[in-house]
Design a protein around this ligand. Structure first.
Ligand code: 6LW
Length: 478
């Protein structure tokens, strides 16, 4: 089966996948963004569509203004058991913790959370043949729990510290495969040293013997165009073939380089030999022709792909105030602030153009976090560009424009890869109106290596003062 990677481009880190009949469902981390934990559906593991977000109510997900960027919702595990979907994840925000949510349908609605009093990230759920539920988490530690009530039923036990010399064993997933139990983990940290290792044992409690071939997957120390490979999950197709989803990045700029789309979801086949998994060749492949999308905001609800920052109060947005327009009501005024009213979508292509028609005081932005973003916005006197990089904030002079709605545009132009090798030059980000470029900025500074953290670029609209109305938002890959 030939396909292109990443199968889910753009910021879709820490993927967890399960299969129900012929349908696959996948969940990812979402950090400071609201709603949280995107849920995606596929029939072939290659073509994915976002069908919702598991945490789309404040009662499910509290991300107070004090939640730092790349804080919030870390890695989830998505499973199907006893006719229900189960999701367990950790909100590392203040007053957060590890929570279990359930749903009859993957698209939701998902339940309010059941808190599980464990101290750790990357929680996993698995049920054994006696119906006992085991929660395994980074470290690698394990407790038996009552998943409906969140009660911990056994003392934490350390299951495995990873391959010899490994750092940070995390992202554990337990599977019953044949008459053995397999414990899959990530190690080495989610940067260039990332790797996947596995161990097996006679029961969900072990003891576990490490695979002699560990790590079974890593690109560390290579110049492979896919780096940071790790944080994997296994799934078996109806035809018996095993597959692995995992996170990776596509850096430019040589070694260590910089990546701008965040950690993306990749797919690779897995075969079995002597009772151990052997991971296939993880390659980029040839991408299908890129297609863009446009939202005219004609519906009373928002597409699940739209992300707000930390919260989306009902009073902060509407698509019915002015039918066919998105109205955003400013709370904080700057993208530098935690409560800016923002609506964005993941950047999923290295070269793309975003455009909008805005009426009022608002803007169009390329956001990595509060301290790393570029934007073009309207003022009372015209249009200007803002660049925020760490402690430096620059504003261009205001370009006067006629009264009335203004068409804003941002072109992100990436250097072309050289015959399968990552591009060496940074991308250029041009910001302005449909007819005037106000600034041309270096894209490498809106990369995760510069900003730090766990996210990737999000492209969107924001209100800076009062009500800003957007007639449409157009995303066009180049
Ligand atoms: C995730 C953990 C990790 O929970 O990063 O570096 C966290 N390792 O597996 C956020 O993606």
């Amino acid at each position: 089966m030939t396909f292109a990677n990443p199968v889910i481009p753009g910021m879709h880190p820490d993927p967890s996948v399960c299969r129900v009949g012929d349908d696959y469902y996948l969940a990812c981390s979402s950090f400071e963004y609201f709603p949280g934990v995107p849920i995606l559906h596929s029939r072939d593991l290659i073509h994915w569509e976002q069908i919702g977000n598991a945490l789309d109510r404040p009662a499910q997900l509290a991300l107070p203004p004090s939640t730092p960027s790349s804080g919030g919702v870390y890695a989830p595990t998505l499973r199907h058991h006893d006719g229900r979907f189960w999701l367990i994840t950790t909100n590392v925000a203040p007053d957060g913790g590890t929570m279990i949510y359930t749903a009859d349908r993957a698209e939701g609605p998902w339940s309010d959370p059941v808190r599980v009093p464990i101290q750790g990230i990357d929680p996993d759920l698995v049920w054994d043949e006696d119906g006992h539920c085991w929660c395994t988490y980074a470290g690698v530690w394990q407790v038996r729990i009552d998943p409906r009530e969140g009660h911990v039923l056994s003392a934490p036990r350390r299951l495995w510290s990873g391959a010899p010399g490994a750092q940070a064993p995390e992202a554990p997933h337990l599977y019953r495969i044949g008459d053995r139990w397999y414990l899959l983990i990530a190690e080495g940290g989610t940067e260039r040293g990332h790797a996947v290792s596995i161990a097996r044992g006679p029961s969900p409690e072990g003891p576990f013997e490490p695979c002699p071939a560990n790590p079974i997957l890593t690109h560390r120390g290579s110049n492979h165009p896919i780096q940071n490979t790790g944080h994997a999950d296994l799934v078996q197709a109806p035809d018996g073939q095993w597959w692995m989803v995992l996170l990776g990045v596509r850096p430019g700029g040589g070694t260590p380089g910089w990546h701008v789309l965040g950690r993306e979801t990749f797919l690779v086949p897995v075969s079995w030999h002597d009772g151990w998994p052997v991971v296939g060749d993880l390659q980029l492949g040839t991408p299908a022709p890129a297609i863009g999308d446009r939202d005219d905001f004609d519906a009373p609800t928002l597409d699940p792909r739209w992300l707000s920052i930390r919260s989306r109060p009902d009073e902060s947005w509407s698509t019915t105030d002015r039918p066919g327009w998105l109205t955003l009501h400013a709370r904080d005024q700057l993208l530098d602030d935690p409560g800016v009213t923002f609506l964005g979508r993941r950047q999923q292509h290295h070269s793309c153009t975003i455009r909008t028609l805005v009426d009022g005081r608002g803007g169009l932005a390329v956001r990595l976090d509060e301290s790393h973003h570029y934007a073009v916005e309207t003022t009372d006197a015209g249009v200007r560009v803002i660049a925020r990089l760490g402690s430096v904030r620059h504003e261009t002079p205001v370009l006067p424009v006629p009264d009335g709605p203004v068409q804003l545009r941002i072109d992100i132009v990436a250097a072309k890869d050289g015959d399968g090798h990552p591009r060496q030059e940074p991308d250029t980000i041009r910001l302005g109106t449909e007819t005037e470029v106000l600034a041309e900025l270096d894209g490498r500074y809106l990369s995760t290596e510069v900003a730090g953290g766990f996210t990737g670029r999000v492209l969107g609209m924001y209100a800076s003062t009062g009500a800003a109305r957007f007639d449409w938002f157009d995303y066009a890959p180049a």
